[in-house]
Design a protein around this ligand. Structure first.
Ligand code: PLP
Length: 396
């Protein structure tokens, strides 16, 4: 009797899903999904997950509609629609003074998320180490582990969330292949200064470390200018710069972003991109390219979000929550220690279910779950949404 027949006789066959040894055994549902579901269940104002509750400019929708109706619905080139790549290169040059070759150094991606994963898979090898600064966006660590590498988590300074260069220097080893930075920073809302960038350049100078610079909030800086790594030739030469049209044009659900990197890094990036998504949907790219011809939207974004930040902070000043500085992004962190000494996740759950405002615990951005009694709110919301949330927060 064959093994199969024996198993059949034992009643062990039939449809059977093989058990799989998970590549990411400790990854479950993200805190963002959990809090959004809780917010919905309890009718809470959702200031948890980072997305606007208002729509994009109708001109952008019209531009995508025109592209679709105009028959622009088939595969674009692997790296993206040429006009969009050209507009991205022109924008970076106008703002940061560095010219990327639109043909060889810009890739349109399925959001920043795919760009970051692709960069890490392409540039990091099994056994390498990658430095991540905590608190950090939740995709970096699993991306690094999927590449077979080790994420080395270095905390930002407690209190200010500024980079601790002595700690970063101490974390560099001969196996350090890459480092991920993120300014303006989610979740803390801090922004790196030019001096920070120059200090980083100095630190990396003797190394072969590649930088993945997550700049998805580049157009949300409220004082001074965004310090893209593209401004510093020495850093640009070793960096993949990542940004997101979703953040800039209020279309997070479209999942379109880009990566800009010197030709040798872009060539490796494309080898993974080609077999990951190959390319990104065509009409959105044409729509974005046409919309980007007018730079007033991205140039006006700081003023747009500064007004929301100021409105939200003025309201928070009337509550017992202490607003931490917010120099960039659409996130506002608060210290709630005057209100409660519960751990952050418990506090955010209570805030959602009992007070009716959803927030995200900062501890969820730390690999070791570091607790500081800080919660993160997203203020990319209509003024009336913020007003309703503030009314509720005033009651605690
Ligand atoms: C720091 C950071 N990086 C990347 C992303 C992902 O951007 P995208 O939606 O374009 O994939 C986000 C989204 O919240 C983010 O906050």
């Amino acid at each position: 009797m064959s093994a199969l027949a024996q198993a059949d006789a034992a009643g062990a066959t039939g449809p059977r899903t093989p058990s799989v040894e998970s590549r990411l055994p400790d990854v479950g549902t993200t805190i963002f999904t959990v809090m959004s579901a809780l917010a919905q269940e309890h009718g809470a104002v959702n200031l948890g997950q980072g997305f606007p509750d208002f729509d994009c400019d109708p001109k952008l929708v019209d531009a995508v509609d025109a592209a679709m109706r105009g028959g622009l619905n088939q595969y674009p080139p692997m790296t993206g629609v040429p006009l969009l790549r050209e507009r991205v290169a022109a924008k970076i040059e106008a703002l940061y003074g560095h010219r990327y070759d639109a043909g060889e150094e810009i890739t349109i991606t399925a959001g920043a998320t795919q760009a970051i994963l692709t960069a890490i898979l392409a540039l990091v090898r099994p056994g390498d180490e990658v430095i991540v600064l905590d608190p950090s966006y939740d995709s970096y660590d699993p991306d690094i582990r999927l590449a077979g590498a080790t994420a080395v988590h270095v905390p930002l300074r407690t209190g200010t969330f500024g980079p601790d260069f002595a700690a970063i220097a101490a974390a560099i080893t001969p196996r350090t292949r890459a480092m991920v930075i993120n300014s303006p920073h989610n979740p803390s809302g801090t922004v790196w200064s030019r001096a920070d960038m120059l200090r980083l350049a100095e630190l990396l100078r003797p190394t072969d470390i590649v930088l993945v610079s997550d700049e998805v909030y580049e157009h949300m800086v409220y004082a001074g200018e965004h310090q893209s790594v593209a401004r510093i030739p020495e850093l640009a030469a070793r960096s993949v710069v990542v940004s997101s049209f979703g953040k800039t044009y209020h279309v997070t659900g479209w999942k379109v972003g880009y990566a800009a990197a010197p030709a040798p890094l872009s060539a490796e990036f494309l080898k993974v991109h080609q077999f990951n998504v190959f390319t990104v949907n065509t009409p959105m790219q044409h729509g974005l390219a046409s919309f980007m011809a007018d730079s007033s939207h991205h140039l006006g974004l700081p003023a747009f979000y500064r007004a929301k930040r100021d409105l939200f902070r003025a309201g928070l000043a009337r509550t017992r929550l202490r607003a931490l500085p917010c120099e960039g992004t659409y996130f506002q962190c608060v210290d709630y220690s005057r209100v409660s000494d519960q751990p952050e996740a418990d506090f955010c759950r209570w805030l959602t279910t009992e007070i009716g405002v959803a927030a995200i615990p900062l501890s969820s951005f730390y690999a070791d779950g570091f607790e500081q009694r800080i919660a993160r709110f997203c203020f990319a919301k209509k003024d009336e949404t913020l007003a309703l949330a503030l009314d509720r927060l005033a009651s605690i």
